[in-house]
Design a protein around this ligand. Structure first.
Ligand SMILES: [Zn+2]
Length: 331
C-alpha cells in the first residue's frame, strides 16, 4: 500500500515537472517550401565556402610542392589541376556538390590553376582524365604519375593533350572538414582542416603550415616517431624534436617557394592566444613561445642566406644531412 501511494506521488510529481518544463509560447512554424529553400541556401553557402578553401589550399600548396621537388624523394608530374567526384566532399555537402557542379561518381576536373601546364593546353573544368585503358581516373592516380600526355574526354569526345610538365613532391594535400585548428602528415599525404584554413590570415601563414607538414613527410618523421615510440614507449619526448625540425625545415620549404617570411612566426603567438594551454604546456609539441622565437631566429638565418645569394638549404649537424638538391648530383 505504501508503495502504491509512493508510486502515485512520483507519477504526479513527474506530470507536474513535464507540464512546467514544456514551452509556453507559440513560435511561428515555417512551411515546408520555406524550410527547403533555407536548407538549400545554407547547404550551398557551406559548399561554396568549402570549395573556396579547397582552391586556396591547392594554389598555395602547389607552389610549395613544386619549389621543393628537387628535395623530395617521392615526386610526380604535376598538371596544375585538381579533380573531384561526390566522394571528394563530406557527406553533408555532397547534395550541394551535385546540384552546383554536377559532382557524381566519375572524377572530373574541378579546377585548373592559372599559369599551370593544364591551363596552357586548354584543359577545362568538367573534363574527364582517362588512363591508358580508357577508364576515368583522378589527377592523383598512380598511372598518371610519370606521364606528360593526358588523355581526356570532353562532351563524349576523346583527345590527347601533351604538356610541359612540372615535377612536384608526391604528397597530395587534402582538406578535412573539422572544427579543430589542425594540420597533419602521415608519410603519404598532408591534411589541413577547415578550421585551420579559417585561422591562417595570409597565404604566407598557410605556406608555413604546408612547409611544416611537408617536412614531416620528407624527413620521414612518421616512421621515426613510431620506431622511437616502440623502443622508448613514451611518445611525448620523442615527437617534440621532430616538431621542431619540421618548423625549421618547413620554413626553408616556404622560403624556397618564394614566400615573404617577414613576421610569419607571429602565427604561433595568435595560436597561443587562442589556445592558452599551448603557451606553457604541450605534450607532443614545443610550447608556442619557444616555437615563435625559434622560427624568428631561423627566419633571420634564411634571410641572411637569401641576401647573400646562397642556396636555401637547412644547416645540418656535423655528419648528418641527407636533404640534398637533386641537381647537385647530375642526372
Ligand atoms: Zn607537426
Amino acid at each position: 500500500m505504501k508503495n502504491k501511494i509512493y508510486c502515485g506521488f512520483t507519477a504526479l510529481a513527474l506530470l507536474l515537472l513535464v507540464s512546467c518544463a514544456g514551452v509556453q509560447t507559440r513560435l511561428p512554424v515555417p512551411n515546408s517550401t520555406m524550410l527547403a529553400t533555407e536548407t538549400g541556401r545554407q547547404e550551398t553557402e557551406a559548399f561554396e565556402r568549402f570549395l573556396a578553401m579547397r582552391k586556396r589550399l591547392e594554389r598555395v600548396s602547389a607552389g610549395v610542392l613544386q619549389a621543393n621537388s628537387d628535395l623530395c624523394t617521392k615526386t610526380r608530374n604535376g598538371f596544375g589541376l585538381i579533380t573531384h567526384s561526390k566522394k571528394s566532399y563530406p557527406k553533408h555537402l555532397r547534395g550541394a556538390a551535385m546540384r552546383r557542379l554536377g559532382a557524381g561518381d566519375t572524377p572530373t576536373v574541378l579546377f585548373v590553376r592559372g599559369g599551370g601546364p593544364a591551363e596552357m593546353v586548354g584543359i577545362r573544368s568538367g573534363d574527364i582524365l582517362l588512363n591508358k585503358d580508357g577508364n576515368s581516373v583522378s589527377a592523383f592516380d598512380d598511372s598518371l604519375r610519370e606521364t606528360s600526355t593526358l588523355h581526356i574526354r570532353r562532351f563524349g569526345l576523346d583527345m590527347e593533350m601533351k604538356m610541359e610538365i612540372e615535377p612536384v613532391c608526391n604528397y597530395p594535400v587534402l582538406l578535412k572538414m573539422s572544427g579543430a585548428v589542425n594540420a597533419y602528415a602521415n608519410g603519404r599525404t598532408i591534411t589541413v582542416t577547415t578550421a585551420m584554413m579559417d585561422f591562417v590570415q595570409t597565404d604566407e601563414e598557410l605556406a608555413l603550415i604546408i612547409g611544416h607538414e611537408l617536412a614531416h613527410n620528407t624527413m620521414k618523421h612518421v616512421r621515426k616517431a613510431i620506431w622511437n615510440t616502440v623502443i622508448s614507449g613514451f611518445a611525448t619526448r620523442t615527437t617534440r624534436p621532430f616538431e621542431s625540425e619540421a618548423d625549421y625545415v618547413g620554413l626553408y620549404y616556404m622560403a624556397r617557394a618564394g614566400y615573404d617570411l617577414d613576421g610569419v612566426e607571429d602565427f604561433w603567438r595568435r595560436l597561443g592566444v587562442k589556445h592558452p594551454k599551448s603557451i606553457v604546456r604541450a605534450k607532443t609539441h614545443p610550447m608556442t613561445p619557444g616555437r615563435l622565437l625559434s622560427i624568428r631566429l631561423a627566419r633571420k638565418e634564411v634571410e641572411t642566406k637569401r641576401e647573400a645569394g646562397q642556396e636555401l638549404l637547412p644547416n645540418y649537424k656535423p655528419g648528418k644531412g641527407t636533404l640534398q638538391a637533386k641537381e647537385r648530383h647530375g642526372p
